[in-house]
Unconditional design. Structure first.
Lengths: 166, 111
């Protein structure tokens, strides 16, 4: 086992720990920090998969944009001391754990049965990604930008122009 | 399973992605506030993106559709987070809390 594999295992542990913190933390701020740890871990996995451009986009978009939006949602939704507890009842937790474990195992065995080979990592450059974007998938690319504009306008309409307290 | 190195083994990536999916399902079901549910949804989307990139990088090799669709997922996640932020602010303004289970009415009652 060489050094790269040790770093790989460390990144996987970091990702999994961040995901557990994001789901199980009592405080919602801690959950958000766990989400940030998961994003960074997945960016590391993308670099191991020879996709450095995707890794940079992961850090820029998820850590830089989505997490900041979540932080704004946390800050704008009132003081944390008045927030209800994040934990629900024990029975609901057991039910949720059962559902997630069962569905996880089912999906994992389907995936495992479908793909049993793994070979070399591909050498796809950023130029090829851009070529696929602008040669083959130009319409979805433009539609994504339209979608983002519409969603931002919709968010502004919802947040600013709606009626206040009932 | 023929990869000699640990990080060329597809099953490890699939397992990490499925772990993220399971954690996300757990969070969506049992978190109480809407922000907690949003965090868990982001976990699920990350798992999907990791699956796409791993399968494209280790199995396909000669085109980049998986990478491109992961970028689409990132754009969709950003749009979804923006709309969710607007909805959370609206719900907090109307109800004074953001507890998911308590939001039982969609429309303003006429009285």
């Amino acid at each position: 086992m060489n050094f790269a594999e040790l770093v790989f295992i460390a990144i996987i542990c970091f990702t999994a720990g961040g995901a557990l913190l994001a789901v199980l933390a009592r405080s919602i701020i801690h959950a958000m920090l766990g989400l940030v740890a998961t994003m960074f871990g997945i960016a590391g996995l993308y670099i191991y998969l020879n996709a450095p451009f995707i890794a940079m986009m992961q850090i820029l978009i998820y850590v830089g944009a989505v997490t900041i939006l979540i932080a704004f949602a946390i800050m704008l939704a009132g003081p944390i001391s008045k927030r209800p507890r994040e934990w629900t009842t024990r029975g609901k937790f057991a039910g949720a754990l059962g559902v997630s474990v069962v569905s996880t195992f089912i999906i994992y065995f389907f995936l495992r049965a479908a793909f049993t080979v793994s070979g070399q990592r591909s050498e796809i450059t950023t130029a090829e990604i851009g070529r696929v974007f602008f040669d083959k998938l130009i319409l979805p690319f433009e539609l994504i930008s339209l979608l983002i504009v519409v969603s931002i306008i919709g968010a502004i309409m919802l947040a600013l122009l709606s009626k206040g307290q009932k | 399973m023929t990869g000699s190195l640990l990080y060329t083994n597809l099953n490890i990536y699939l397992f990490v992605a499925v772990f993220l999916l399971g954690a996300g399902i757990l969070g969506v079901i049992y978190r109480r506030t809407l922000v907690g549910m949003l965090v868990s949804l982001e976990l699920i989307m990350n798992g999907a993106g990791l699956n796409l990139v791993a399968i494209n990088s280790l199995l396909v090799g000669d085109n980049a559709y998986g990478f491109v669709f992961t970028l689409f997922i990132m754009g969709l996640a950003a749009a979804e987070a923006a709309v969710a932020l607007g909805i959370i602010i609206l719900i907090f303004r109307r109800y004074g809390h953001i507890e998911g289970a308590e939001l039982a009415e969609l429309k303003e009652l006429k009285d």
